[in-house]
Write a protein that binds this ligand. Structure first.
Ligand SMILES: NC(=O)C1=CN([C@@H]2O[C@H](COP(=O)(O)OP(=O)(O)OC[C@H]3O[C@@H](n4cnc5c(N)ncnc54)[C@H](OP(=O)(O)O)[C@@H]3O)[C@@H](O)[C@H]2O)C=CC1
Ligand SMILES: Nc1nc(=O)c2c([nH]1)NC[C@@H]1CN(c3ccc(C(=O)N[C@@H](CCC(=O)O)C(=O)O)cc3)C=[N+]21
Length: 287
């Protein structure tokens, strides 16, 4: 068996077309969507992602503001900028690229972003809303995964879903969304005693581990849908996922590639959240 490849890039293109149309409609009413991105430090991977986000905005007709700070920036300076952006009615979304340098209290920075502009969905209030299945900004990576599962008509109600990884930005919100969709969810992590026992039962397996080619074919149930969130840069400069693509594709029913899978959908969901925020602002102003 060879797995069907889930083309995240193609889906992202399609969804971005719809987002661009909504952005154009907003601009015509005088409310052009605008995303502010803050990058602190000079991590090369973060710089690439931020560049991709800004480019994605531009193509969709979303204005972007970029603020770069040195790695030794004072937290007060960044907090003051966040306060300014919170108060700026022309700004609809604010994103602080993670990870942050050590002098920053990450939770405090995320809390300092206004809930209405928290297009990453990392503010505690949005996290709480998601856990209660209330309307909230949903973190972009797991949201993108849900869109991919939806577009592939992968049944989730009653399905066994296994997420490897329990981070705040991927694993936990992923588990929450799958739970809300009716799956029976198991969250695995570095302390999990028998990983294969869990993963081999998964109809839907999401890998967010941060280890290149960690999930091999022998961990996968035949016919399962495998979602590879991992982005790992190999010594030769090539990008690879957390899933060993070749051995996995021989067992799985469907699989996402890296690159061209979850990554492009992550940025798409960021653009969508920014447009949603701008639509709410326009409605408040009666536009
Ligand atoms: N495509 C995209 O848009 C995005 C991709 N990523 C990528 O996804 C991956 C995960 O990101 P992120 O969640 O931020 O990473 P983290 O490092 O925060 O989390 C990794 C998780 O994997 C678990 N883990 C580590 N080793 C093992 C192991 N041997 N067995 C089982 N579980 C293990 C950790 O467990 P423990 O908690 O016990 O330490 C942790 O929960 C990375 O490759 C990252 O680059 C991230 C964000 C967006
Ligand atoms: N506040 C915050 N929000 C984030 O959403 C966030 C973050 N911090 N920190 C880091 C992770 C990582 N992340 C990615 C986004 C796009 C691609 C992406 O576009 N990937 C392309 C390839 C990119 C390349 O060529 O390097 C692909 O998979 O096809 C990858 C990873 C968002 N993150």
């Amino acid at each position: 068996m060879t797995a069907r490849i889930i083309d995240g890039k193609a889906l992202a293109e399609r969804v971005r077309g719809e987002i661009a149309a909504r952005a154009a409609g907003l601009a015509a009413r005088g409310e052009q969507p605008c995303l502010a991105v803050l990058l602190i430090g000079s991590d090369p991977a973060s710089a690439v992602y931020v560049r991709n986000k800004v480019a994605g905005c531009e193509k969709a007709g979303i204005r972007s503001l970029r603020f770069d700070y040195p790695a030794d920036a004072a937290p007060e300076v960044v907090m003051a900028k966040l306060a300014e952006l919170n108060a700026d009615p022309a700004v609809h979304g604010i994103l602080v690229q993670l990870p942050l340098p050590l002098q920053f209290d990450e939770a405090a920075v995320l809390e300092a972003i206004s809930v209405e502009k928290d297009v990453d969905g990392f503010h505690a209030e949005n996290v709480g809303r998601l856990s209660q299945n209330q309307e909230a900004f949903i973190p972009c990576t797991p949201h993108g995964v849900m869109k991919m599962l939806e577009s592939e008509h992968v049944p989730l109600s009653g399905a066994e879903a296994v997420v490897i990884g329990r981070s705040n930005i991927v694993g936990k919100p992923m588990a929450m969304l799958l739970t809300n969709a009716g799956a029976t969810v198991t969250v695995c992590h570095s302390k999990t005693r028998d990983l294969a026992f869990h993963t081999r039962r998964a109809d839907v397996l999401v890998a967010a581990v941060g280890k290149p080619r960690f999930v091999t074919g022998d961990l996968i149930k035949p016919g399962a849908t495998v979602i590879d969130v991992g982005i790992n840069r190999l010594p030769d400069g090539k990008l690879c996922g957390d899933v060993d693509f070749d051995s996995a594709a021989a067992v799985a029913g469907a699989i996402t590639p890296v690159p061209g899978g979850v990554g492009p959908m992550t940025i798409t969901m960021l653009l969508e959240n920014t447009v949603i925020s701008a639509e709410r602002a326009a409605r408040r102003k009666g536009l």
